[in-house]
Write a new protein. Structure first.
Length: 261
């Protein structure tokens, strides 16, 4: 009897295809959610100078990063925003800027934890956001000669979001999201959405500003309207987020490796 020779083969049971620890099925599903919500505008908001509404998806970009992790969340946000805005381009003044903002939102949201493999990702991301803010406010003040404090007030949601992300409040919100108490989860969702959606707005805003170059008088208009529009994003993110996270915990869905919640 002849015995077979050669390298021994090993058989392993696959747990399913995944990207950065997030099952592809999760990513596809949440990409579809983002795409659908990108088609729906927030009625009370509009982009000054363009007359376009912000889509509801801006309130859930952070949630994708918290549910999937930074890379998978950025992928779901970016593809979902691209598909949705290609179908309904009237909800954006710049497709490139909107997709960039969505991707950065997923990356930043998934990088909030102070532990794990991604615990240091906030450092290079903070540097990128500082550059975005410099391109945004710097163009206004040094190129267009806008009044500095007008720009500071007009970009309040961006500056406050950057500060919250650079400080330990980033990990405070992450811990609140992972808490078993639904009230603390809601605090983490509202504060985290203010922070991450503000960074999404910054990532989008600097590029739109370089493309449109709106008048200096609009900075004070932003100061009066932008915080209220941002609160709308936070309410949307909190309401949807509490329901989704509570539901996922109740049915015991396997959590992606880099998930924050």
């Amino acid at each position: 009897m002849t015995m077979p020779t050669g390298e021994e083969r090993k058989v392993a049971i696959s747990k399913g295809a995944a990207i950065d620890g997030a099952p592809i099925a999760y990513i596809v599903t949440l990409t579809g959610v983002v795409a659908v919500l990108t088609l729906v505008p927030i009625p009370i908001t509009f982009v000054l100078g363009t007359g376009k509404n912000f889509p509801i998806s801006q309130g859930v970009y952070p949630l994708m990063g918290w549910l999937l992790g930074p890379l998978a969340g950025a992928l779901a946000d970016g593809i979902g925003a691209l598909v949705g805005l290609m179908i309904n381009p009237q909800n954006t003044s710049s497709l490139l800027a909107s997709v960039l903002g969505a991707v950065m939102g997923g990356l930043a949201a998934g990088s909030m934890r102070g532990e794990g493999r991604r615990r240091h990702w906030w450092l290079p991301l903070t540097a990128v956001f500082v550059i975005f803010y410099a391109l945004y406010a710097g163009r206004a003040v040094f190129v267009n000669r806008a009044v500095g404090w007008h720009v500071l007030l007009g970009s309040f949601i961006n500056g406050s979001a950057l500060l919250l992300f650079a400080l330990p409040t980033r990990t405070f919100f992450a811990r609140a999201l992972a808490d078993a108490n639904p009230r603390r989860v809601a605090v983490g969702l509202f504060g985290g959405t203010w922070m991450i959606a503000g960074l999404v707005h910054l990532s989008t805003g600097w590029l739109v500003y370089w493309q449109i170059n709106w008048p200096n008088t609009l900075w004070l208009a932003f100061a009066a309207t932008a915080p209220f529009e941002h609160i709308a994003r936070c309410i949307i993110g909190t309401v949807i987020g509490v329901g989704v996270i509570s539901g996922l915990r109740a049915i015991g869905v396997v959590k992606p490796t880099e998930a924050v919640y």
